[in-house]
Design a protein around this ligand. Structure first.
Ligand SMILES: Cc1ncc(COP(=O)(O)O)c(C=O)c1O
Length: 419
């Protein structure tokens, strides 16, 4: 007890010092967060950016109500998927004209996996991470079934060995740079290079990376990438996802969902499909304008922000939280599954505890919103745009207190999403 109290006092002092040196502290005002909540679930659903309500109000009351159908041109609705795509492109290191916003991550993944396989027609293997997010695994299986390919599940650490043995049969490798459970960061550069050395394509799911750390898809030679708009980009629930395809593949890109808006002359209403030039050929149908324009407004939270600074602060926050966990929570049975090495850490810390679900529920009741992944992982997502070191200590202290007091239900009901 005394030890925890003195550890907390020292941690409080350290948090205050780190927060007073924080050059990004002012960015918190770009989000409308409830004052008494510590929000560590921005890697699931980003909070509301302050720019969004007024922008959506304008879209609805002026552009839609007054401009009516003329807003497709006058308000730039038609070009929105490409314009918002380029805004995301700036965050992932993509030159304009290679990123498209719209549809869900799952739809974009299907498009990307299928189009990648079509670009390497004589290769029968599709390689993915056995620990990949379920939708990535399901869609890899679906594309493989339709194209008569075989899926191989290869953990990231085993990929070089696998490619050395079977690389020439591989069409595409599909991975995420950040493990959604543990927060482990993988080496995008090495994996992309290993895929290319084998003559395969590299496809990345950037859901847990876009907006959280600097990315350089063009410079790394990434072939295709997808990512969602609702996590670190804070575009809102169900925000449109994005698809990046490197320019060198555009001319040959054969997408599995050739809808009319991806046609070279969509209003010519031709009987046959001719793909538009560039990334526009990956458009499918009428875009969800309200969601796209909410996402566009949300992205202004990154205006003038250097992602290298965001990364440095994120590592400081997660590093500090790991110290809090070590000093306050390890004695109570928590262990971290997130690498302590900053070079191998994304923007979250995951702690293991047998009662993760009950603890997440009790923490939320005490104003700390984190989440859990079954059966025993408690995830603390860190968005450096609005999180402070004090927030991290508050989360660790409240978790310490409610665990010590056993003030939680060890087996709460499991129905419905737990956030
Ligand atoms: C890595 C990854 N890919 C995809 C998704 C979700 O896909 P969708 O946006 O289609 O629901 C998630 C959701 O958490 C994810 O973590």
């Amino acid at each position: 007890m005394t030890t925890a109290l003195s550890a907390t006092a020292a941690l409080r002092e350290r948090a205050a010092q780190l927060d007073s040196d924080d050059a990004l502290a002012g960015l918190r005002a770009r989000f409308l967060l409830p004052p008494d909540v510590v929000y560590l679930d921005g890697n699931s659903l980003g909070p509301l950016p302050a720019a969004v309500p007024a922008a959506l109000d304008d879209v609805v009351r002026r552009q839609w109500a007054t401009g009516l159908i003329g807003s497709w041109n006058a308000a730039g609705w038609w070009e929105a998927p490409l314009r918002v795509g380029d805004a995301i492109g700036r965050l992932i290191g993509a030159e304009p004209g290679q990123t498209l916003a719209g549809d869900s991550t799952s739809v974009q993944l299907f498009t990307a996996l299928d189009a990648a396989a079509a670009l390497r027609p004589d290769r029968p293997l599709l390689v993915t991470d056995p620990g990949h997010f379920p939708t990535d695994r399901y869609l890899a299986e679906a594309v493989a079934r339709r194209r008569d390919l075989e899926v191989r599940h290869v953990p990231p650490a085993d990929l070089p060995r696998f490619l050395a043995a079977e690389g020439e049969r591989v069409a595409v490798v599909s991975y995420s740079p950040v493990d959604f459970r543990t927060g482990e960061l993988y080496d995008m550069r090495a994996t992309t290079r290993a895929a290319h050395d084998a003559g395969a394509l590299a496809l990345w799911d950037l859901c847990h990376a876009a907006g959280a750390l600097p990315l350089d898809v063009d410079a790394l030679g990434v072939d295709l990438a997808v990512g969602c708009g609702y996590k670190f980009l804070s575009g809102g629930p169900g925000a449109p996802a994005f698809l990046y395809v490197a320019r060198r593949h555009h001319a040959a890109l054969d997408t599995p969902l050739p809808g009319w808006t991806g046609h070279a002359d969509p209003f010519g209403l031709s009987r046959t499909y001719t793909p538009a030039p560039g990334i526009a050929r990956a458009r499918i149908g009428t875009p969800p304008i309200l969601s796209l324009l909410a996402l566009e407004a949300a992205l202004t939270a990154f205006d003038g922000v250097d992602l290298a600074q965001v990364r440095a602060k994120s590592l400081s926050l997660t590093g500090f939280f790991l110290r809090c966990a070590d000093e306050l929570l390890a004695p109570l049975g928590f262990s971290s599954v997130t690498p302590a090495d900053p070079g191998r850490r994304g923007s979250q810390v995951t702690l293991r505890h047998a009662h993760a679900r009950g603890l997440a529920v009790a923490l939320a009741e005490r104003g700390v919103i984190a989440d859990m992944r079954a059966p025993d992982l408690l995830r603390f997502g860190v968005n450096a745009l609005f999180t402070s070191h004090r927030d991290m200590l508050t989360a660790a202290s409240r978790l310490h207190d409610l665990t010590r007091e056993a003030a939680y239900d060890p087996a709460p009901p499991t129905e419905g999403p737990v956030t």
